[in-house]
Design a protein around this ligand. Structure first.
Ligand code: LLP
Length: 467
């Protein structure tokens, strides 16, 4: 029987998934199947059993999908770009020891934006015996790095992507020896995405503005402790067009020429991340391979026109590398029918494990994981359990009849879900399991109530209160 819930553009989703091999163009992980009990399985694991064993909400991360996306980025860059190249993972999308270990094992480096992301990455590299490569694998970003974060990055020989004048001066005073840096430029490129995740336009808190480039290059060239190896720009996230990144390559190549004229010996251009993914049928991103081919060609063309040697090309995807590898499983609890208005069903998570719908009005799909072939004939709104009317995961979703105890799965939750999760209403954060060929390993433990008060401090005078 065709699993109606997985229908995509009128075709059986699973057949579609076999034909489409770019994870960012799928909605579910590549291993998604329906078993003989009509349950959704990911990585050979029955979702219903996973919830029985690990509880819900539960993040379920498919190792095969994550490795496939990593390899597609790595291999297509090698295939289409004849110069040196490097893929780094924007670990803000989801950082954990297991995730960093998998990604590093695929030969991919890391973009970190805080001492915490750096610490996690370093620990993961250490566990897989790659700590001594940290200097070539880790790039430290951020518009307001603290002095202690900068010192931490210098200590571990990371490349620092400098965002502003304050940081340049701070590095000058902190560094004992030359520090490897790149300069983050604001390229003045618009792209069509949510304004909160658009970063390349002139009105952005990130990077140096075009009218400062000349002054910047000459400043850096005169300060020998600033060993500038390249330029960086990131124009935004969840982008479906290829043109903005293609345009960015020319802006960066021109800036590279100008930097060289000021005496900077730079050979690296980083065009950031931003490739979009398919959350719902209406999203239509280019595949990872198509995108890498387009930006590689654009870089080659821009260098040919400018008559400069090919730089090392860096890309730093987050969402398109990990989002589709993960689904979130929830258990249905209460429901509410408002005749003629709306039917709600409530799940045991919500805006604390997935803040994207309330923050960006993001759209998601949902399926009934314990009844995959049942007809999705009802229109229901999936509400979270938080004390906030806006805590709605999906408005007007198509689902079969559901009742309390059913398991719902929301796909494409690998990026900016766990990493943006909170304890709002003192909900413990969910566990995460890594699934592969029928095996499920816990990679993030579920928080307990004790964890929730672990950082709380009760001053003595309050606990000694005499009535
Ligand atoms: N590089 C830099 C400097 C970035 O700021 C970002 C994302 C990336 C790379 C990776 O972009 P990606 O490939 O993931 O699009 N929380 C928002 C997304 C914020 C993106 C922040 N920067 C969301 O949930 O949509």
């Amino acid at each position: 029987m065709v699993p109606a819930n997985l229908t995509l553009r009128g075709s059986n989703y699973l057949t579609f998934a076999q034909q489409v091999t770019s994870p960012n163009q799928l909605i579910f992980p590549i291993t998604a199947q329906v078993n003989s009990q009509d349950h959704l399985t990911i990585g050979g694991c029955d979702i219903v059993e996973l919830v029985q064993n690990f509880g819900s909400p539960l993040y379920i991360l498919d190792e095969e999908t994550l490795r496939l996306a990593s390899r597609q980025y790595r291999d297509s860059l090698l295939r289409f770009y004849p110069g040196k190249s490097q893929v780094i993972y924007a670990s803000k999308a989801w950082s954990s020891l297991a995730i960093c270990a998998i990604i590093a094992s695929e030969g991919i480096g890391f973009d970190v934006v805080s001492g915490g992301e750096l610490y996690t990455t370093l620990m993961a590299l250490e566990t897989i015996g790659l700590k001594d490569k940290a200097y070539s694998l880790i790039y430290f970003h951020g518009n307001n790095k603290s002095l202690s974060e900068l010192s931490y990055a210098i200590e571990n020989q990371c490349t620092i992507i400098v965002d502003n004048w304050w940081e340049l001066e701070a590095l000058e005073s902190l560094a004992q020896e030359p520090v490897k840096i790149m300069l983050r430029l604001t390229p003045g490129i618009e792209c069509h995405t949510h304004e909160y995740i658009r970063t390349g336009s002139l009105d952005s808190k990130f990077g140096f503005d075009p009218n400062q480039f000349e002054q910047l290059f000459s400043y850096v060239s005169q300060h020998k402790k600033l060993n500038c190896v390249g330029l960086h720009a990131h124009i935004g996230s969840q982008i479906f067009e290829k043109e903005p990144h293609q345009d960015l390559t020319s802006v960066l190549v021109k800036s590279l020429q100008s930097a060289k004229e000021h005496g900077l010996e730079i050979d690296t251009l980083n065009i950031g991340g931003g490739l979009g993914i398919r959350y719902t049928e209406s999203d239509d991103p280019p595949s990872i391979v198509e995108w890498v081919e387009a930006v590689s060609k654009a870089m080659i063309d821009a260098c040919t026109v400018a008559g400069v040697a090919l730089p090392k090309l860096m890309i730093e995807p987050g969402r398109s590398l990990i989002a589709t590898a993960c689904v979130t499983a929830y258990t249905v609890g209460s429901s509410k029918e408002i005749p003629g208005i709306r039917n709600y069903i409530a799940v045991d998570g919500g805006m604390s494990d997935n803040p994207r719908p309330i923050t960006y009005q993001s759209l998601y799909r949902v399926v009934l994981a314990n009844g995959m072939s049942e007809n999705a004939q009802f229109k229901v709104t999936i509400a979270g359990k938080h004390c906030e009317s806006g805590d709605i995961l999906i408005k007007d979703a198509a689902l079969p009849a559901t009742s309390s105890g059913d398991i719902l799965v929301v796909p494409a939750t690998g990026a900016y879900n766990s990493s943006m999760s909170s304890n709002y209403n003192r909900l413990p954060r969910p566990a995460a399991v890594l699934v592969n060929q029928g095996e499920a390993n816990l990679i993030v433990k579920r928080e307990t109530y004790m964890d929730l008060v672990k950082q709380d401090v009760l001053p003595e005078r309050l606990s000694n209160h005499q009535s």
